[in-house]
Design a protein around this ligand. Structure first.
Ligand SMILES: Nc1ncnc2c1ncn2[C@@H]1O[C@H](COP(=O)(O)OP(=O)(O)OP(=O)(O)O)[C@@H](O)[C@H]1O
Length: 263
C-alpha cells in the first residue's frame, strides 16, 4: 500500500500551511518526517489521514484518491495516532483498544466478532498491555497511555500507521520502548510507518527514509544517514551539531549551539 501526496497545498484560516508538496512514502518502510515547529508536519499527517479535507492537490493510496473513500474504508487502510490523544472518561484500556475496531463495524452489528476480539488481543499483546487491559486509561502513566493509544490504532489493522510525535513527554527508556514496538510492527507485519519525530537521533536509528519539511515545503528526502548531516541541521534548524559514531557503529548528531546569524 503506497501513500502518495501530489502537489498538496493546504490553507487554514486564509494562511498557506503547505505549498505544492509532493512526496511518496515507500511501502513497508519506516519514514520519519522531521522539521522545525510550525513547518506543517502535523498538517501533512492529518491531511493524509483524511482529518484535514480542505486542500488542493491529491492524496492517494495505491493510486486511489482518498477523497473517493468513505471514512471506514480509509480507516481500514490507514490509522493515525495524533498528538495529545485523549480517552473518554472511565474508559478501560481494553475498551479504548476496542474503539479501534470501528472501521469494521456496522450500526446494526454491535456485537464483537471473532476477528474483532483477535485484533484487540493482538494489539494488546504487541504493545505489552495485557496486564493493564482492565485499568482505567486515566490512571495510566504517560508511557502506558501512549502504548494504549498505539494499541487502539493497531486494532484498526491498518496497512499504514501514522504517528505524530509518538515519544513526546516520555522518558528516554519509554521513548526507546515505543520506537522498538514500532520497529517490531514494521518488521513482523510489514506495516508502513510514517512518523513525525523531533529527535534527530531517533530518525537516524529507527527510520529507513526521512522527509525534511521546512517553510511549507520538502527541504530534503532520502536515507537518514545521508540526509541528516551537520550542514542540514544548520540550514533547517539553525543548530550547530557534532557528529559521532555510537557503539553500534551508527551515526549520531549532537546539537551543540545555535548558529549565529552572520553580521
Ligand atoms: N487549525 C488551525 N488553525 C490555524 N492555524 C493552524 C491550524 N492548524 C495548524 N495551523 C498552523 O499551521 C502551521 C503548521 O502547523 P503544524 O501543526 O502542521 O506544524 P508542525 O510542523 O507539526 O509543528 P510542531 O512541530 O510545532 O508540532 C502552524 O503555523 C500552525 O499554527
Amino acid at each position: 500500500m503506497i501513500l502518495s501526496v501530489d502537489s498538496l497545498c493546504v490553507h487554514i484560516g486564509g494562511r498557506e500551511i503547505l505549498h505544492n508538496l509532493s512526496l511518496t512514502f515507500p511501502e513497508g518502510r519506516r519514514t520519519a518526517v522531521i522539521g522545525p515547529n510550525g513547518a506543517g508536519k502535523s498538517t501533512l499527517l492529518r491531511s493524509a489521514a483524511g482529518l484535514c479535507t480542505e486542500y488542493d492537490g491529491r492524496i492517494a493510496l495505491n493510486g486511489q484518491d482518498i477523497r473517493c473513500m468513505d471514512r471506514q474504508q480509509l480507516a481500514r487502510l490507514l490509522a493515525i495516532l495524533p498528538q495529545g490523544a485523549a480517552a473518554p472518561a472511565d474508559t478501560t484500556v481494553r475498551e479504548l483498544v476496542d474503539y479501534g475496531r470501528f472501521p469494521y463495524r456496522h450500526w446494526f452489528r454491535r456485537a464483537d466478532g471473532k476477528a474483532d476480539r483477535e485484533a484487540v488481543e493482538w494489539a494488546l499483546s504487541v504493545t505489552h498491555l495485557e496486564s493493564l487491559q482492565n485499568r482505567q486509561v486515566q490512571t495510566l502513566s504517560g508511557g502506558e497511555r501512549q502504548r494504549a493509544f498505539l494499541a487502539m490504532a493497531l486494532a484498526q489493522k491498518p496497512k499504514i500507521l501514522l504517528l505524530d510525535e509518538p515519544t513526546t513527554y516520555l522518558d528516554i527508556a519509554h521513548q526507546l520502548e515505543v520506537m522498538q514496538i514500532v520497529t517490531d510492527i514494521n518488521k513482523n507485519y510489514h506495516m508502513t510507518i510514517i512518523m513525525v519525530l523531533h529527535d534527530i537521533n531517533h530518525a537516524l536509528q529507527y527510520s529507513d527514509e526521512v522527509a525534511v519539511l521546512k517553510d511549507k515545503r520538502i527541504w530534503a528526502q532520502g536515507r537518514p544517514g545521508e540526509v541528516l548531516t551537520a550542514d542540514l541541521l544548520a540550514d533547517v534548524f539553525r543548530v550547530q551539531a557534532d557528529v559521532f559514531t555510537n557503539r553500534l557503529g551508527a551515526k549520531v548528531l549532537c546539537p551543540v549551539a545555535l548558529v549565529h546569524p552572520a553580521h
